[in-house]
Design a protein. Structure first.
Length: 255
């Protein structure tokens, strides 16, 4: 549909500001904007503008690229630009079964849920109950397939699933999850770890080799916007640089 319907999720966008609302007909108080009767959104065309207070906002359908702005955070997150690379190298797509270790704020979980589609299965293990609650709250706010499950457990020892297609972790000591990953993964399937430091990356890659994982690749993903003006084009002076490192590899068959 080209227009917003009652019950739709809507992002109010202005510059670097993005707010997620439900067009459920209720009146809501939104920090920094004021009181909004969401009935005003119903019937508006996607991409159109609406005046709220002294400002004008675009009405957008939520996308994964919006999640850093619209989701509540209480932990380090895997940004969508990095998560997309992990999904690519781990061959995560429709119908895949994925184990995730470390829910964080649920941002990467949302991307994985979208990638695997309705026929896939995502099981996320998180040891901290506060992170689990935040992730669950965030995931329920998004229009995701019913293909995800959050479990309060330790991904290094509590995983019961077997024959999964990918095992991805964002935990302080990812090398401790390799034994569990070896049990859970299909032969030839993918393991990936996201870490913030080179020391952690080195320990992870060396441990992957010890466990017989092959086709191991480690990388840092950098992004620099380009500023396009009337008189020319230049790189942005505010480059989004280092955020973390990724190691990916594949499980070798035994015997």
């Amino acid at each position: 549909m080209n227009s917003i319907e009652k019950g739709d999720r809507v992002v109010l966008w202005k510059g670097d500001e993005a707010v997620l609302l439900f067009a459920d007909g209720e009146t809501k108080k939104v920090s920094g904007i004021g009181v909004i009767n969401t009935d005003r959104l119903v019937g508006k065309r996607w991409g159109s503008e609406i005046s709220l207070g002294r400002n004008s906002y675009r009405l957008l359908q939520p996308s994964l690229a919006d999640t850093p702005e619209i989701l509540e955070r209480d932990a380090q997150v895997i940004l969508p630009r990095i998560g997309a690379q992990i999904a690519l190298y781990c061959d995560i797509h429709c119908g895949k079964r994925v184990i995730e270790g470390g829910a964080g704020s649920g941002m990467f979980s949302a991307l994985l849920s979208k990638k695997i589609g309705r026929e896939g299965e995502l099981v996320t293990y998180e040891v901290r109950e506060d992170h689990l609650r935040t992730a669950e709250k965030n995931l329920e706010r998004l229009d995701l397939p019913n293909n995800w499950c959050l479990k309060n457990g330790d991904v290094t020892k509590d995983v019961k699933e077997r024959d999964v297609d990918a095992f991805v972790v964002d935990i302080p000591e990812p090398w401790k999850a390799l034994k569990m990953a070896e049990k859970a993964l299909k032969d030839g399937a993918h393991f990936a770890a996201y870490v913030p430091s080179t020391d952690q990356l080195g320990e992870t890659v060396r441990s992957m080799r010890d466990y017989g994982f092959f086709r191991i690749k480690s990388f840092e993903f950098l992004e620099r916007d380009m500023v396009v003006g009337e008189r020319g084009v230049r790189p942005s002076f505010e480059m989004l640089g280092h955020t973390g490192y990724v190691a990916v590899g594949r499980k070798a068959p035994k015997g």
